[in-house]
Design a protein around this ligand. Structure first.
Ligand code: FAD
Ligand code: MG
Length: 582
């Protein structure tokens, strides 16, 4: 059905005396479109005042209240925009502590902060609606959303919102790779609700296993915990679970202790493959010592309600093992609303929504996508090589002197970050060295290169292109960067600061987004953490665990969550984890 049946909820209508609802009911093709006007009919759900619906102000619609969306809102200072935030959850969740929530080390409420609290003291007035976007219409600049609140006829109200600028920050969904039975039988670990379900399910397994009249085999099945995915989340969860079982649960269920088993399945050859080899080796050895059964090279083929089937990649051997609980943590996939959007804008053949280096969805100047919902499609030097050459060739001689080339050097390095990475890789100081190398090192500053020499010199530069990881660090930095662009939009309109356009005239308005990596942690249980910091600095053990505590405490979004998280850690040290099944 092309058109969308739009209902403005009576609950909202009754509440709003200022509602300006324009029902453009069009009966076409058997369907009706309702249109929700610029002014909000939801004003008592928001902190709206009359200035917020100022029609002169351009409207930014932000989809999502995760790392990217919240970071954008926190840094947005330009009060000349009317900002509307739409997300199915009215809070920000500190996802790196979700594995701690699964075992009761940290309470769920300690890692969430209402989005209204986060933005309440800002000079920019921001409205929030608890709704989920299900369609983006880029041609008419509208988003179609479904409220989480049910109306009188027990249906979820739908609304259409106009935007001038759209910020897509809706994250991703767990990736099941369409393996049969995963959706129905496995736990995911993505949202706070997932972590709460896992916590209940673990204790539930122990209670079931403690019932009398079970055979030893049944008990072992119930207490077999399988974790699928040896990335940072799967590994951290397996480690947390091991600590929970050995530090707390075995004291409460001593007679089932021998029956507990934790299996970690990973399809590639090693767990924590994205970390330094020293960390991978340490983690695999530690898990072996702890009795966690790590099966690498093992791919899940099917999950039924009782057993999980795997295939060994080396020899194709298939096996099936019964389980009590499975946690699925194998990476992320694109949300359906983004897939639809990609079809509309000609990106149907891609797996992830692509943006340029300024985070604009390709082809749309007013739509931005950040965080896990998109990836930056870094431009290749070789795509633009002829344009770079002719731009640098100021005297149009068809040859490039080193002097001419130097004039464009900084802009090239800024526009194509792979160039700097390549020079670092080749241990060279700048691009001129590369040109000289291609012509023989003896050549002087007066060397001139033609297009073919130039292409040859830069032929391998693009090999250093890397896509950014789907992490909170990237999402938060992107949100911060984009807000900064909006904060300085007028200023940069007059004085553009970005690199020279290789195609076209003048400079780009802004510098492109650049990610700064501050390192990453892999908690391995037993108060030991592996830390990989910039410059390939690796630290493993108890000292890194204290670094982990201090970094995660300092990164909390508010003093309220910070104090709650720290007190949860203290409570756990003194009293252990709570195993009530509530
Ligand atoms: P999210 O934070 O997922 O936010 C998406 C937002 O969009 C949510 O508010 C959601 O409700 C909303 N939304 C969803 N659908 C819609 C819709 N249709 N319409 C409107 N809104 C919608 N990263 C690290 O850097 N370090 C870590 O230690 C780390 N640990 C992690 C542990 C776990 C268990 C998990 C799951 C992730 C972890 N990550 C970590 C990754 C990190 O959480 C993500 O990369 C980050 O959340 C991405 O931010 P985002 O804003 O793109 O998406
Ligand atoms: Mg020239």
């Amino acid at each position: 059905m092309e058109a969308v049946f739009q209902k403005i909820s009576t609950t909202f209508r009754e509440k709003s005396s200022l509602a300006k609802v324009l029902i453009a009911a069009t009966v076409g093709g058997g369907s009706i479109i309702g249109y929700y006007s610029q002014a909000s009919s939801y004003d008592d759900l928001s902190f709206a005042d009359s200035s917020m619906t100022d029609k002169k102000k351009k409207r930014i619609v932000v989809l999502g209240t995760g790392w990217a969306g919240t970071s954008f809102l926190k840094n947005l200072k330009n009060s000349s925009y009317d900002v509307q935030v739409i997300s199915p959850r009215n809070y920000f969740a500190f996802t790196p502590l979700l594995p701690s929530v699964t075992c009761g080390t940290v309470e769920p409420r300690s890692i969430v902060e209402p989005i209204r609290n986060i933005v309440k003291n800002k000079n920019v007035k921001i409205q929030f609606w608890e709704a989920e976007c299900f369609k983006i219409d880029p041609e008419n600049k509208k988003v179609y959303c479904r409220s989480n609140v049910k109306d009188n006829s027990n249906e979820n109200a739908e609304l259409v919102v106009d935007y001038d600028y759209l910020v897509i920050a809706i994250g991703a969904r767990p990736n099941t790779f369409n393996i049969p039975g995963v959706e129905e039988n496995c736990h995911f670990l993505k949202e706070v609700e997932d972590a709460k379900n896992i916590r209940r399910s673990i204790v539930d397994c122990f209670e079931r296993a403690a019932l009398p009249n079970l055979t030893e085999e049944e008990r072992k099945k119930i207490l077999h915990f399988v974790v699928v995915g040896g990335g940072p989340t799967g590994v951290e969860f397996a480690a947390e679970l091991h600590d929970y079982v050995n530090e707390d649960l075995v004291k409460l269920y001593p007679y089932v202790k021998e029956a507990v088993k934790i299996t970690l399945l990973e399809a590639t050859d090693h767990i924590l493959g994205m970390f330094d080899k020293r960390i991978t080796d340490f983690a695999e050895e530690k898990f072996q010592r702890d009795g966690i059964d790590v099966k690498t090279g093992s791919m899940v083929t099917k999950v039924s309600d009782k057993a999980i089937s795997t295939k060994e990649l080396k020899n194709g051997k298939e096996s099936t093992m019964p389980y009590g609980m499975v946690v699925w943590s194998t990476g992320i996939g694109t949300r359906p609303v983004i897939m639809d959007f990609m079809k509309q804008i000609g990106q149907a053949n891609r797996r992830v929504l692509a943006t340029d280096e300024w985070l604009r969805v390709q082809g749309y100047d007013n739509i931005y996508a950040l965080g896990d919902s998109a990836t930056i499609n870094q431009r290749r030097v070789m795509e633009d090589i002829s344009d770079i050459f002719s731009k640098a060739d100021k005297n149009k001689s068809g040859k490039l002197s080193v002097k001419e080339f130097r004039g464009l050097l900084d802009d090239i390095c800024e526009r194509y970050p792979q160039v700097k990475l390549y020079l670092k890789h080749k241990k060279m100081n700048n691009l001129v060295d590369l040109l000289k190398e291609s012509k023989g090192n003896s050549v002087s500053e007066s060397v001139e290169v033609n297009l073919e020499n130039f292409k040859a010199a830069l032929a391998h530069v693009d090999s250093q292109m890397k896509s950014l990881p789907a992490t909170a660090q990237v999402a938060a930095q992107q949100g911060w960067y984009l807000a900064d662009c909006f904060n300085r939009k007028e200023e940069c309109e007059k004085n553009p600061e970005g690199p020279l356009r290789i195609r076209g005239e003048g400079r780009h308005r802004f510098h492109p987004f650049r990610y700064k990596h501050f390192g990453q942690f892999a908690p391995l249980g037993g108060e030991q953490t592996a830390a990989q910091l910039p410059g390939d600095w690796v630290s493993i053990g108890h000292s890194s665990q204290w670094l982990w505590y201090s970094v995660y405490a300092s990164k909390q979004v508010s003093w309220r969550t910070r104090s709650l998280v720290i007190s949860d850690w203290g409570r756990r040290f003194i009293f252990g984890r709570d195993s009530s099944c509530i």
